[in-house]
Design a protein around this ligand. Structure first.
Ligand code: PEP
Length: 293
């Protein structure tokens, strides 16, 4: 309840700030002088809609949703579709989606190749199930399983060495948002989590901006605020990896649904979405994927 009230107060504050033309996010450097993202850059980045099923669905439940989703989106060509099922369902979902326009990814991986790491899954094991993507650094992994920017960095490098495309989650916590250090928190995630890549590697991954405090609440940030943060992320990335910044897709995640998705997708720096709750059922996820129809 307290969380919902804080989110609501912040939402109103953001709207008021936008109305008087002021940003609630304080830039802390000359980063805004860096030029990124011309209109043709957005056109060249294929929209990506990814569903994160988290710890939901048995194998048969997963198959039932995917069979319906497959039919519902079979005509979609302009949007890349991706599902992150649980590990246990990956093989079965891969068999079901092999000849379709649905890609699959794992929700996590471990950076070592093999050995005495009970309960962990290696990059090669993930690749072997037919995955092309892997989610790294989701806020729930940071919050409940001790993931840090350092482990995120190791996982990105291990994933890429195996030919998997990392989808890397970054975003401010409730406390960071309340203390007005959103940009600093994001800059830290990027400079530490995404450090040490070649420009080629840096050009192929995907970043997801997820304001942690808005995940699963049903109340996303405003599209204007998301755009402001995405533009900041692209500028930081340009400082780190120059031209890679205009090539990579930056997704917005947190409480996106079929009704609000198109407002986000109109923004120049938003290239798709990572979707939790609204991806669990084929009907809502297919509507969301077909947002422009
Ligand atoms: C998420 O956890 O990545 C997410 C975006 O969840 P939701 O869409 O439910 O807010």
């Amino acid at each position: 309840m307290k969380r919902l009230i804080i989110v609501a107060v912040f939402f109103v504050f953001t709207m008021l700030s936008c109305a008087v033309g002021k940003s609630v996010i304080k830039p802390d450097s000359d980063i805004f002088t860096i030029k990124t993202n011309s209109p043709s850059d957005k056109i060249s980045r294929k929209v990506l809609m990814a569903g994160n099923w988290k710890m939901n669905k048995t194998v048969s439940e997963s198959l039932s949703v995917i069979k319906t989703l497959k039919k519902a989106v079979s005509d979609v060509k302009d949007v890349e579709i991706l599902i992150f099922p649980s590990y246990t369902a990956l093989q079965a979902i891969n068999n079901e989606t092999k000849d379709s326009n649905i890609n699959i990814g794992a929700q996590n991986l471990f950076w070592e190749a093999k050995g005495a790491f009970t309960g962990e899954i290696s990059p090669a094991m993930i690749k072997d199930t037919g995955c092309s993507y892997v989610l790294i650094g989701h806020s729930e992994r940071r919050q409940y399983f001790g993931e840090t920017d350092e482990t995120v960095n190791k996982k990105i490098k291990a994933a890429m060495a195996e030919g998997l495309i990392p989808i890397v989650c970054i975003g401010e916590t409730l406390k960071e948002m309340e203390t007005n250090v959103t940009f600093q928190a994001i800059e830290k995630h990027m400079k530490e989590g995404l450090a040490g890549l070649t420009v080629e590697q840096a050009s192929s991954l995907v970043i997801v901006y997820e304001p942690v405090w808005a995940i699963g609440t049903g109340i996303p940030v405003t599209p204007d605020r998301a755009q402001e943060t995405h533009a900041f992320i692209r500028k930081i990335y340009a400082k780190m990896y120059k031209e890679a910044a205009d090539k990579i897709r930056i997704l917005y995640g947190a409480s996106v649904n079929p009704e609000n998705v198109s407002a986000f997708m109109k923004k120049p720096d938003i290239d798709g979405s990572l979707v939790g709750k609204a991806s669990l059922e084929a009907e809502s996820f297919s509507k969301l994927i077909k947002y422009s129809k």
